[in-house]
Write a protein that binds this ligand. Structure first.
Ligand code: SF4
Ligand code: SF4
Length: 375
């Protein structure tokens, strides 16, 4: 059985968040697992530099509260590390830290300054034999995963498991998209990554969440909750139910079930988790064909394959909004985006519909269009 603790957290007010963190850590007896001098890593979601109110990144109040709780108890060997979308170097990350509100006392002293990475072999039988991970992750003795609750154009939701994609350095992330262009393979890789990183604890920021065209261009929805668990899969299942969605409809949770990673029972302690009503709006790119129920189980895979060819979604640039920054081209694993006359052009040919471009566009100029593959 896995335990997920829930705490009603109505705002990002410092005292409120600290109290919530203290309740979680007490309920899960976190202090017993820590030893003086232990290397503790905090892994927020910093998709890109975006002010906290935008609902894109883990709110600084969460980081501040966790750091305060740890340091008050003498656990001071802390590093806050993340590889956001885009580059992974001191200059780029300084900008991301600043824009995300992390360069403030109580957090800035702990921001990672080591931008190297190491190759980490995985467990026998995994499809990915080696992951390149940012060095602080490879050196940590206790990893606290701090995701933000969001919808996601490719994986439907971004929560505990997806947050760990930010342990892969910079522009090696588009490489992973190129290696695993199909969602089913990509989420399988995410589960393997999760099993390699092995977070000790996951604390979810769902005080303000994101619905619609997440993870970067959706709408902020106040949901007033934090969840905490040792078992990241149990936390994701609970969070998805909270969103009013079905865990079995989430590609990464289906993969986790197939890999035998989902717990048989989840015990939710603390405050009651009432599913949101209405349910979270999904990204435009997440199609719901309604075929799942209508088609016999045996025919679902081939039907999905055909429907994918017919109804596949593609990015579409609104040229009036595009500022020609090139962030989409930089993050495109297929290298098919051209910037001409300060406007991005996206051909459908060779597009794998990963939506990294949409994720990284700072002005939300990229929307999703359905269309026949390759046309
Ligand atoms: S154009 Fe966008 S969706 Fe298509 S492969 Fe490139 S990043 Fe992915
Ligand atoms: S589409 Fe967005 S990310 Fe791409 S160049 Fe235009 S503004 Fe920049």
């Amino acid at each position: 059985m896995s335990v997920v603790n829930a705490v009603f957290t109505p705002s990002y007010e410092e005292g409120t968040v600290y109290e919530a963190v203290a309740k979680h850590f007490e309920a899960l007896k976190v202090e017993r697992e820590l030893t003086p001098g232990m290397r503790i890593l905090l892994k927020p979601n910093l998709l890109y530099g975006k002010k906290p109110e935008a609902g894109v990144t883990t709110n600084p109040a969460i980081l501040k509260a966790v750091i305060r709780w740890l340091t008050e108890r003498g656990f001071t060997n802390i590093v806050v590390a993340e590889s956001s979308g885009g580059l992974y170097n001191a200059e780029y990350m300084r900008g991301v830290y600043g824009a995300s509100g992390l360069r403030v006392p109580g957090i800035q002293e702990y921001l990672n300054k080591d931008f190297t990475f190491k190759a980490v072999p995985t467990r026998e039988g995994f499809q990915t034999r080696v992951f390149n991970l940012i060095t602080p992750v490879t050196e940590a003795e206790y990893i606290i995963n701090l995701p933000k609750l969001k919808t996601h154009a490719m994986t439907t939701v971004s929560c505990g498991v997806k947050n760990l994609f930010g342990t892969i350095p910079g522009l090696q992330k588009p490489d992973m998209h190129r290696r695993y262009p199909q969602t089913e393979d990509f989420v399988w890789m995410l589960c393997e990554l999760c099993e390699t990183v092995k977070p000790s604890l996951t604390l979810l920021d769902a005080v303000d969440s994101m619905e619609g065209n997440g993870p970067g261009g959706g709408t902020v929805r106040h949901t007033g909750l934090t969840l905490c668990a040792r078992d990241v899969y149990a936390l994701d299942v609970t969070a998805v139910r909270f969103m009013g969605l079905a865990p079995d409809a989430m590609p990464h949770l289906r993969a986790a079930r197939e890999m035998g990673l989902l717990p048989e029972r989840i015990d939710v302690t603390g405050d009651e988790v009432v599913p949101c009503s209405p349910a979270f709006r999904l990204p435009d790119a997440v199609k719901s064909t309604g075929f799942d129920d209508a088609v016999p189980k045996l025919l679902r895979k081939p039907t999905e394959f055909v429907m994918d060819r017919l109804l596949r979604s593609y990015p579409h640039v609104d040229r009036s909004k595009c500022v020609g920054c090139g962030k989409c081209a930089e993050s495109c694993p297929q290298k098919i985006i051209q910037i001409t006359d300060k406007k991005a052009g996206m051909p459908r040919k060779n597009c794998i519909s990963c939506f990294c471009c949409q994720e990284m566009c700072p002005v939300h100029a990229i929307s999703v269009k359905r269309g026949l593959r390759g046309l």
